[in-house]
Design a protein. Structure first.
Lengths: 283, 454, 286
């Protein structure tokens, strides 16, 4: 109540600021216009010299052709499996690890792990690219989705633990202490009491990890290059590579791949803002 | 809180469900024969490779052909082959050219080499040196095939590559625009003729040459093409001498002329206005096809894309094609030519016999016809023409027959030497430095590679 | 009895860490140790055999004239993106949080570029630089000029990453108590003064986080120059990661490339931790 009153006192922003902000944001969104108009133009129109013109009519042929030729639904399914499994594993594994790292901070063993995981965030994939490939071949796991899920989880691990650690530090101890005294085991206490409290940061982890896995190209290229297991970015890149002079099809394929992640983003975007509140910032 | 827990449980259930259907659905029909083949391959290896012909076998063909026509061609070739040998499947796998060599080498060093790879010996002498490629018997190739083409797929007299088509690069020109400024296409057969035409076109307000030089390869083929026809024929060991340090770039005065010429073509005549400075090779095709530029430096493979752009823009100009002259002596100018799309067989292939059968099949007239019809490329087999050939096809085959130089019959540049040859040149052209400085930079780049143990 | 209990409790504690530990070991630690082994050999990436060659790769790396070029490009890119992303994100966040009409919608819109994959970013900017710049603005594409190419690639990063940094700044800004700002305003401070002396110090932790992150992202950048120019024209946008990647297989010098990767990792971790430390110190002073 008090807050609300104060807000109204601070007043509306001046007109010029409104205009500038709207312009800046428009500038950031505008590039998508290109993707959209190319996706609705027949190929001949993309070869003319007025790139920004609106298409004469909404030509949908690109989409059907792109779906057919780029094996869209198979790649879509692969992407979905990898993203959902990867995110679920990340949430479970990282929240647990971060919890113990924060709660046992006084133990040197656990404190060190925080730094090790943080260093892993800085590790360029190229440093371990080849050994990973070779190991997967000898384990006969190359071109399998579980292997890809494992690798992408491994590379996202550090960042997610970092987010969780920052948030868990702000979670008060009283509740779990009461539960522990009541005879709840540490594991039970964590899942019953602590984990629900982590909802905001969990949502952030879900969104950011899902984006990272859904959009990953580098690791996918090394781990799952066969068409049968390829994820969307891979299928798309190879599709674009195979259609070098079919800009319209490439745009249509890109636009299609953006839709599911855009929907997820629409539903969860409020958490991106909320979740990190205490998470990353009060590190 | 309860809601959250149930939400999480629901998510976990969805997850297990999906994971379940994932592992079940992971091996769709398309993958089944492959895993099958892998299993039979590993089972077979110790038993001495007695590949009986009724066993199901899947070959992997790794390629980097970006054009739709070629992709269709590959599919049709594989289908026709499968009809002949129902027990052999060929799985065609595409990788973009940027990633190709890295991915291929990664696979080789992890003992996972594809059976057939879309490369030529000249591009990757290191693969042959490392003993990764199967030598081929001359009897595999029919008599009608151009012997120079076969030579260009050999190293030290041993054949390694199987050609699907041949091609070369030169100037496409717009007859109407040349006519409008009073240039006779015949005069394009010397260097000064080309420069003179560019000058006249520019003075009359035309864009002399289509651009597209944000991508590297359209410019690579200019400097490479000039070197291949200007210096290499007289100095077959040019590249090995430069790599070993036995000779330096300044030992070949022709480099000065070539660099100067190449810089002028791209730097002065291609980027005359900002409209022409666009990005990719596809833009280049479109520019020329629309009639926005009077000439274009490109390969024989570009013709079908040019036609599409031409039709889309309703451009009725007539196009021609001529060779790419490096000197003022018309008699010493050739079209740099090679067996553009070729493949080699891995030595470590578990299905060598079947791979050889596929190679043999590709050398039949039937396969040649399939390939040239679908890809629009010039078949490596003489006398095999596509059913509805582009008017320019006549020029192509005539030039290939009597004015082409298959430069790949000489040893090529390896690894970093090859990369740096193009990169140093392009960087120099972009930065606007003199040809003398380019030659110095080339030399210091090569010295640097040697000094750091490359 | 208590000893046993203690052990059980220690074991449960470790079970919390175990899954993360196993995945980390399998995906990062073990491959990393294998990679270190390769760095001290002359392996060409193809042969079945190779020899240990001690520190030859390391000394060669410091003698290599190309190293300096890669370092220079990486540094330039890192400075532009790290400074650019942070200033843009901070400015836009503060702007959007000052009672703008439709601020919620604008915020959502600002985050939209995050969802574009690299493949899509490359496509979109390929067309912007290739078509829109020359045809509509009459400016040639920055990607074909050795002097502007790094700037051009950095623009792609600014477009895509600003939203992500805004996520963190937004969170930080919401943790600034409204009362504090109000108090400053009541004291007669203008908006500028309030920002610098009230809001910005409260944002310091967010600044530290973002600067560290984008410093790290910048130093190990690979994707953007790879898809935009493949390191060209010439080597004008070859970053250190591309340098490593090229040596690995294209140049048949896997051992050398692996050594370069190792040196890079040490540099990245060193630089980012030094900068973080310095920023944290400043945070306290503020």
């Amino acid at each position: 109540m008090k807050k609300k009153r104060l807000r109204t006192v601070s007043g509306k922003a001046p007109l010029w600021l409104n205009i500038i902000m709207w312009m800046v944001v428009t500038l950031f969104v505008a590039p998508f216009y290109i993707l959209i108009i190319y996706a609705f133009k027949p190929r001949e129109a993309t070869m003319l010299s007025n790139p920004l013109s609106l298409p004469d009519s909404l030509y949908l042929g690109n989409f059907t052709e792109a779906v057919e030729k780029s094996n869209f639904f198979l790649a879509f399914k692969n992407s979905l499996i990898c993203t959902i499994c990867g995110v679920a594993i990340l949430v479970v594994v990282c929240s647990m690890a971060a919890y113990i790292i924060v709660r046992r901070q006084k133990s040197r063993f656990y404190a060190i792990w925080q730094y090790i995981f943080l260093a892993a965030v800085m590790l360029p994939f190229q440093t371990v690219m080849f050994p990973i490939y070779k190991d997967l071949v000898s384990l006969k796991m190359l071109n399998t989705l579980p292997a890809y899920i494992l690798v992408s989880v491994g590379f996202q691990l550090g960042f997610d633990i970092f987010l969780y650690c920052g948030f868990i530090k702000t979670v008060p101890l009283e509740l779990e202490e009461a539960a522990l005294i009541d005879g709840c085991g540490r594991m039970r206490t964590f899942w019953k009491i602590v984990f629900p409290l982590l909802k905001p940061v969990t949502m952030t982890v879900v969104v950011l990890s899902a984006l990272a896995i859904w959009n990953d190209y580098q690791m996918a290229l090394v781990v799952i290059s066969k068409p049968a297991v390829a994820t969307l970015p891979l299928a798309q890149q190879s599709f674009i590579g195979q259609q070098i002079s079919y800009l319209n099809l490439a745009a249509a394929a890109c636009l299609l791949s953006i839709i599911p992640i855009f929907v997820m983003y629409l539903f969860l975007q409020k958490y991106i803002v909320k979740g990190v509140v205490a998470g990353a910032v009060k590190g | 809180m309860k809601k959250l827990v149930s939400l999480f449980l629901a998510a976990a259930m969805v997850l297990t469900l999906l994971a379940g259907c994932g592992s079940g659905g992971e091996a769709p029909a398309s993958e089944a024969p492959e895993s099958n083949a892998e299993a039979s391959g590993s089972a077979e290896a110790p038993s001495g490779e007695d590949t009986s012909s009724d066993e199901e076998v899947t070959l992997t063909f790794l390629h980097h052909m970006g054009e739709q026509g070629k992709q269709d061609g590959l599919v049709k070739l594989v289908e026709a082959f499968h009809e002949k040998y129902p027990n052999i499947n060929v799985e065609v796998e595409f990788l973009s050219r940027d990633d190709f060599i890295n991915q291929y080498k990664q696979r080789v060093s992890a003992d996972n080499a594809p059976d057939l790879i879309n490369y030529r010996p000249f591009e990757t002498p290191e693969l042959i040196e490392a003993g990764l490629i199967e030598p081929l018997d001359a009897s595999l190739f029919p008599e009608g095939i151009d012997q120079n083409c076969i030579k260009s797929l050999s190293i030290d007299g041993v054949i390694y590559g199987v050609p699907l088509d041949v091609g070369g690069y030169g100037f496409y020109y717009n007859k109407n625009q040349l006519e409008a400024v009073g240039v006779d296409p015949e005069s394009l057969n010397t260097r000064s003729g080309v420069l003179d035409a560019c000058e006249k076109l520019m003075a009359a307000g035309y864009t002399p040459l289509a651009s597209g030089y944000a991508e590297q390869w359209p410019e690579n083929i200019i400097i490479e093409g000039l070197t291949y026809t200007g210096i290499l024929p007289e100095n077959p060991t040019l590249f090995t001498d430069l790599m070993s340090g036995e000779k330096s770039f300044s030992d070949y005065p022709e480099f000065l002329e070539i660099v100067d010429y190449g810089q002028k073509l791209v730097g002065t005549y291609s980027i005359v206005d900002n409209k022409a400075a666009s990005q990719q090779a596809s833009d280049q095709y479109a520019q020329f096809g629309r009639g926005d530029a009077a000439m274009m430096m490109q390969g024989t493979w570009a013709v079908s894309d040019i036609r599409i752009a031409q039709e889309a823009a309703g451009n009725t100009d007539e196009f021609g094609f001529t060779i790419y002259p490096w000197s003022d002596d018309a008699n010493s100018n050739y079209m740099p030519a090679n067996a553009d799309d070729s493949f080699m067989i891995s030595k470590d292939s578990k299905h060598k016999e079947e791979s050889l059968l596929f190679a043999e099949f590709c050398m039949t007239e039937e396969a040649g016809k399939i390939w040239t019809n679908a890809s629009g490329c010039i078949s490596a087999l003489s006398g095999v023409m596509p059913d509805d050939a582009d008017p320019l096809m006549e020029y192509f085959t005539a030039t290939l027959a009597d004015h082409a130089y298959f430069f790949e019959m000489n040893p090529g540049l390896a690894g970093q030497y090859y990369q740096d040859f193009d990169k140093v040149y392009i960087e120099g052209r972009v930065a606007g430095i003199t040809p003398e400085e380019v030659i110095e930079n080339w030399q210091s780049a090569y010295d640097n590679i040697r000094a750091t143990g490359g | 009895m208590t000893g046993k209990r203690k052990w059980i409790s220690r074991l449960t504690d470790f079970i919390f860490l175990l899954p993360a530990f196993v995945i980390f070991a399998a995906v990062i630690a073990i491959p990393f140790i294998q990679a270190v082994g390769i760095a001290f050999t002359n392996w060409d990436g193809l042969s079945k055999t190779y020899q240990f060659n001690g520190l030859t790769n390391l000394t060669a790396l410091f003698r290599d004239a190309q190293t300096a070029n890669a370092v220079k490009n990486t540094m330039l890119y890192t400075v532009i993106t790290c400074v650019g992303v942070n200033i843009l994100a901070l400015a836009i966040t503060v702007g959007l949080n000052s009672n703008i009409r439709g601020a919620r919608f604008l915020k959502s819109a600002m985050f939209a570029p995050i969802i574009a994959s690299l493949v899509i970013t490359a496509f979109i900017w390929g067309r912007i630089y290739g078509d829109v710049f020359p045809v509509n603005f009459g400016v040639p594409t920055p990607l074909t000029n050795t002097k502007t190419v790094v700037m051009g690639i950095a623009m792609m990063c600014l477009w895509r990453d600003t939203g992500l940094a805004m996520v963190i700044y937004n969170a930080g800004l919401q943790s600034v108590p409204e009362e504090l700002k109000e108090a400053a305003r009541v004291d007669g401070a203008n908006a500028w003064y309030t920002f610098w002396h009230v809001t910005f110090p409260m944002l310091a932790p967010a600044v530290t986080t973002c600067v560290t992150l984008w410093l790290g992202y910048g130093l190990k950048v690979f994707d953007y120059p790879k898809v935009a120019t493949n390191g060209g024209p010439g080597k004008a946008s070859e970053t250190f990661c591309i340098f490593v990647y090229n040596h690995f297989f294209s140049n048949n010098r896997a051992g050398y490339g692996q050594m370069a990767a190792l040196v890079m990792l040490i540099a990245v971790v060193g630089i980012t931790s030094a900068v973080t430390k310095a920023l944290r110190k400043r945070e306290v002073q503020m």
